[in-house]
Design a binder for this molecule. Sequence first.
Ligand SMILES: [Zn+2]
Length: 381
Amino acid sequence: MRTTIRFLKVTEKKQSSYLQDASILLALALLLYLHLIMEVLLQQIEQHKQAITGFSAPNTDALEAFRIQYLGTKGLVKTLMGEMKNVPNEDKRAFGQIMNEFKEFTEARYDALKELLDAQHVDASFKGFDFTLPGDNLPLGSRHPISIVRNRIISIFKRLGFAVAEGPEIEDDWHNFGALNLPEDHPARDMQDTFYINQDPAWLLRTHTSNVQIREMEKGHLPIRMIMPGRVYRNETISARAHCFFHQVEGLYVADNVSFADLKQTLYFFVKEMFGQDVKIRFRPSYFPFTEPSAEMDISCLICGGTGCNVCKQTGWVEILGCGMVHPNVLSNCGIDPNKYTGFAFGTGIERITMLKYQVKDLRLFSENDVRFLNQFTGAI
Ligand SMILES: [Zn+2]
């Protein structure tokens, strides 16, 4: 009985040992098999690479077939990616890298084939084309005359140290009229001259660029040496000499000891640079609510040279701007002490200067967009 039991135990022991050995063998075989799979996959990839390199796409159908076969949703790249689950864990990283490279390789080949096909297509469409024929002219635009003159004015004053300031075209009553010493009953406030905003008449379209002067003075950074170019609006009947909108340039210089002599010298320089050294200048006393003393400046007629013609109404002179010393009330309104500082200001219409410079007889031409007119400024700077 004892012997039998021992025998049985020995047999069990032996059997379990065999089983262990068998499972180790099986595991080894599986490992070998898995590594074999990896080897086979790598070989397959190499073969596919050769096939891809040798692929040619003579037409778009062949190119599309290539895309579907290799890069489509059921294509080779996707299928091989799916083999990742069969690769042993320790090889997964390496296999992933190989597959990424393979994908990039296939995509690059597709791009190259497509480029080749596109180039062939372009070649075909130019077949028989005579490249020695002269090309078609591309029409070049030109600057608008108002812009040309505006830029010219800015460049002249920049050389004298004037900076450019801009401000709002929709303005309140104070910045357009009140601060400029215009009394409540001044005719310029009349509905006939100013466009007021319907919903709120406290707001209006600025009638001059002087609102920018006020806004700059309110900032209180002295000295101020600036020009203010911009569009302005007035309720005028449109004619050859007037429009409901036009452009102005105003200038302002406020500092210690600014005098009328500074004003004259600045404007002399401007006129000579703008119209030439031979042009004569004269100042006539005038009145503006915002300057004291005030003057209007004329230049000798550019058409007749001062002998008298229709443009200058036989006087030999043409008015081009208004100017003067900034009124002490205006300085006070902007928080500047008129006992300490003085300043000069001037203003002119850009249309007016442009009409004189280019002999344009009708103001409306500037806003009609007639290419026959605008073409004449091609090449002007
Ligand atoms: Zn004249």
